[in-house]
Design a protein around this ligand. Sequence first.
Ligand code: ZN
Length: 130
Amino acid sequence: MGYVKECEATAHQRVAEAEMRIREVGTPGMQRAAEVKMLEAAEELDRIQLAGCSLFPGHRGRFVKCTSCGNPFHDEGSYLAHWRYGPTGRLGCERTASILKVMGFVSDEYRYPGESWPEYVLRHPDRQTR
Ligand SMILES: [Zn+2]
């Protein structure tokens, strides 16, 4: 199972646990807190599921590629890190190079025989999975 699929399974589990907590809590304050946790868990599940739809594994045999923005990523952890809720709350992948840099991404240069231009592969050192 790939890293994104593992994250999705964990997120499903968190949503199920949050749903159970809502039914168990008694006071209105605790109920509201449980509902907030449930919404957070559901948002994270949405983010991972949407990211999973655009994941192309096996790019150049060892990388992954985003079919939404076309960027290659070093690993699934780095790939997942470029999916986020924007300032307006819209869920999508970040594709602006300068913003990706601010988010902590680094760009590694790979050269292949017979190709004139190098390929730049994005990697997030804190989210890297291999
Ligand atoms: Zn993308």
